[in-house]
Design a protein around this ligand. Structure first.
Ligand SMILES: [Zn+2]
Ligand SMILES: [Zn+2]
Length: 602
């Protein structure tokens, strides 16, 4: 054991010691309750109980008060190591059947030769520690009981159902408050909650888990992102292709994805004729092989390169049902894909141009908190031969080119070994979600291997047939993942250009519906997503509804507005409203949409 515990270790001791303190408090308030496990977790701790009588959230305050008393008593945590026989006898004396069962497992299945206990004040627990020395060292205002939940003993539904009390725990009140605030924000901004409230997508069990149905509002967001991507790609000299979502299985053996990638693919579809399997097809897990076949469809010369093939392509990946979550982990996704076929001396400039496109996309979307990671090859990986294409020279030279491109573009990044694709190094763009998890949003990969495997060639300037390098890139990642990020990033309040409904017009009374509809028709004539709230609800309710739907621009029109050809604009999240000529609003709106502005012009 270390003499000087690290900060992490200290926090772990605090959390685990607080778990004992909470158990002691619960036993005082609910005598005769039985104990399960009580470990420290990421943001605090929990303890499982069979309660002698139920607890509710109303009891949390009383438990916390008891805990503070125990802290004030400054009880000493004392460790004791007993022989197996003495230890089991001690547990029998405690009258804790679940601890007894676990101790038996430790002895018979794991072969431990002693059992350790910790006591503090009247509380005794079978436990390996570590703990703080005295309860007085625990922060009396650094913890908060968060929730209770049902949990099966040892996670097995055949076992007794226990009550699990969760608590946050930090070294001090400041850290605790920060975590509570973060958790509240995360709950508010969770893309699953917002996705439902704002009619972005649904998952239907009869369609299948992980297969999102995009609703009209979500489809608008997708379409706008595609429009952005297509514009940037057009200006950067990309051409678009459209390819099928299935192919023969054999293709993936050629590329080298099979057999290693099989667990991430849907089961194969045998095509049976006369009782015999003629072919096997599979839903594509990626677009690359299809694009490679487009490249191979014509004889290519170095004069044709770089060839940049783009497609928003639907791909299918088999995720475990346990891993599926909202739009972040799905089984089918639509990717902002492109493959750039380049000569060796074009690699650096093209790779850099792709990075610049990433930078542009994130700037437009106002995404600032991302990090770039160079995911490199690990030459020392013992499984290296299976995991990576065995071509050390190609690895070193392509990683060098990427480092140079990063330097040329003044990009800061972190280099991580062992995260490369099997065919080459890549730059991953890492985002932090509102829940604090780091996720890869998009990648830019250099591939020196698969083109060779597929026999892709072009004629170089000396007349020789050589394999191109390929850059795989997806600045906007997949719609599924990106819209999940954006929902959380904007808290559902999309900027005007991206908002499903850009303008809602509310007539003050029915009398002014005609004027509202005239304005609406004019806006829609300019391709603005405008609508009139023609419901019979009262004004206050209509304005609240527009705010709940997080519509960026709400126009209120009544007698004065109609007489003067004006509107009264209420911007989402802005208290003051402004009356202006309709033509002026129209001009500002046009500008906000055309420039994809994050704020509205004033
Ligand atoms: Zn313990
Ligand atoms: Zn690819």
């Amino acid at each position: 054991m270390r003499d000087e515990p690290s900060a992490d270790d200290r926090l772990h001791r605090i959390r685990h010691s607080l778990a004992h303190v909470m158990a002691q408090a619960v036993l005082k308030l609910r005598p005769g309750s039985k104990l399960g496990f009580g470990p420290a977790i990421d943001d605090g701790f929990y303890y499982d109980f069979i309660l002698s009588s139920p607890l509710t959230a109303d009891d949390f305050g009383a438990i916390e008060d008891e805990m503070r008393k125990i802290i004030a008593e400054n009880q000493t945590f004392v460790r004791e190591d007993l022989s197996v026989a003495d230890g089991l006898a001690r547990i029998d004396g405690m009258g804790e059947p679940y601890k007894r069962e676990y101790a038996e497992d430790l002895v018979h299945k794991q072969g431990v030769s002693s059992i350790s206990f910790y006591s503090n004040g009247p509380f005794l627990d079978m436990c390996e520690g570590p703990h703080v020395d005295r309860s007085g060292q625990l922060p009396k205002d650094g913890f908060k009981i968060r929730s209770l939940a049902g949990a099966y003993w040892r996670g097995d539904s055949k076992n007794a159902q226990m009550t699990r009390l969760y608590a946050y725990a930090y070294a001090d009140k400041k850290a605790l408050d920060a975590r509570i605030k973060e958790a509240e924000l995360a709950k508010e901004r969770d893309h699953k909650k917002l996705g439902a409230e704002l009619d972005i997508y649904v998952i239907d069990d009869e369609i299948g888990p992980g297969l999102a149905l995009w609703l009209p509002n979500g489809t608008v967001v997708r379409d706008e992102l595609e429009k952005l991507a297509k514009e940037l790609e057009f200006k950067a000299g990309y051409v678009r292709v459209a390819t099928p979502q299935i192919s023969k299985v054999g293709l993936y053996y050629k590329t080298g994805h099979l057999p290693y990638y099989k667990q991430h693919m849907y089961p194969f579809m045998p095509l049976v004729e006369d009782g015999e399997v003629r072919e096997e097809y599979v839903l594509r897990p990626m677009n690359c092989p299809h694009h490679h076949k487009v490249f191979a469809a014509r004889k290519r010369s170095y004069r044709d390169l770089p060839l940049r093939l783009a497609e928003y392509g639907q791909v299918f990946r088999y995720e475990d049902s346990g891993a599926i979550s909202g739009l972040l982990r799905v089984r089918s996704m639509c990717m902002n894909d492109a493959h750039l076929y380049v000569t060796p001396d074009q690699i650096k400039a093209e790779f850099l141009a792709v990075l610049e496109m990433h930078r542009k996309v994130y700037e437009v979307l106002g995404l600032e908190s991302y990090k770039l990671r160079l995911s490199a090859w690990d030459p020392d990986d013992p499984k290296g031969k299976d995991k990576y294409v065995n071509d050390p020279e190609a690895w070193e030279s392509s990683q060098k080119l990427i480092r140079e491109a990063m330097a040329d573009g003044s990009f800061t990044y972190e280099e991580v070994k062992g995260e490369a694709a099997f065919y080459g190094p890549k730059i991953d763009v890492q985002f932090k979600t509102v829940t604090g998890r780091e996720e890869t949003a998009s990648t830019n990969q250099l591939d020196f291997a698969v083109p060779k495997r597929l026999g892709l060639t072009y004629v170089d300037s000396s007349g020789a047939e050589v394999a191109p390098y390929v850059i795989h890139r997806a600045p906007l990642g997949t719609h599924e993942r990106f819209v999940a990020f954006l929902l959380e990033h904007y808290g559902g309040a999309f900027p005007t250009w991206l908002a499903p409904v850009q303008v809602r017009i509310i007539p003050v009374t029915e009398q002014f519906t005609g004027y509202a509809e005239k304005l609406c028709a004019e806006l829609r004539g300019e391709m603005v997503r405008a609508e009139v709230d023609g419901s019979s609800d009262r004004m206050g309710k209509k304005i609240r509804d527009a705010a709940t739907a997080k519509i960026p621009n709400t126009l209120v029109v009544g007698e004065r507005e109609q007489a003067e050809a004006t509107i009264t604009l209420r911007r989402f999240g802005v208290k003051e409203q402004a009356t202006m000529p309709f033509a002026e609003f129209q001009a500002k709106l046009r500008q906000a949409i055309a420039t994809r502005a994050s704020a509205f012009p004033t």
